[in-house]
Structures are given as C-alpha cells and as structure tokens.
Design a protein. Structure first.
Length: 88
C-alpha cells in the first residue's frame, strides 16, 4: 500500500509523539498502519499498542499497527552484546 497524504496529515500529531522511533511505511486498506521501528525490541509490542491508541485519538479508524524491524530480533547492546541473529 501507499501512504495517503490526507491520512498522513491527520495522524501527524501521533507521529510527532512517536518521533524518530518509527517511520511510516504504508497504510493498508485505510485502517492498517505499517511502520519501520527503530526502538528496543523489548518495547515493540507495547509501542505498537500505544501507537494504535495515538492514531485512534486523531479520529482515524485504525484496525491494526505493524512494526517491522527487518532482521533484528534482539537488542544486542542490552542483552550481553551478542550480535547473533540466527534462527529461533
């Protein structure tokens, strides 16, 4: 999906609160928001839930928020410094 400019401007207050931790990738079916997440993996689930609340507070219909992290599955600098990204 693409980013519809009218929806992006409506959720701008939520994006301002989230700051540099996320960047909007796309808006799917007008209600599912995909973001690239740059924060700690241990906070990912809570941040997804909070982002959904912030988007709904902007009077935008939101049925889901997806935070993508790429290959990152752990926080190596916070759990011993091991940079291994193997299968889990």
């Amino acid at each position: 999906g693409d980013i519809e400019e009218d929806l992006a401007t409506k959720i701008q207050p939520a994006l301002d609160v989230l700051g540099d931790v996320v960047e909007l990738l796309s808006i799917e079916v007008d209600t599912v928001f995909r973001f690239k997440y740059h924060g700690l993996i241990k906070n990912k689930r809570g941040m997804e839930a909070w982002a959904g609340v912030l988007i709904r507070n902007c009077d935008v219909d939101c049925t889901g928020v997806v935070f993508e992290t790429g290959y990152r599955k752990r926080d190596p600098y916070y759990d011993g410094g091991d940079h291994w990204h193997g299968p889990y």
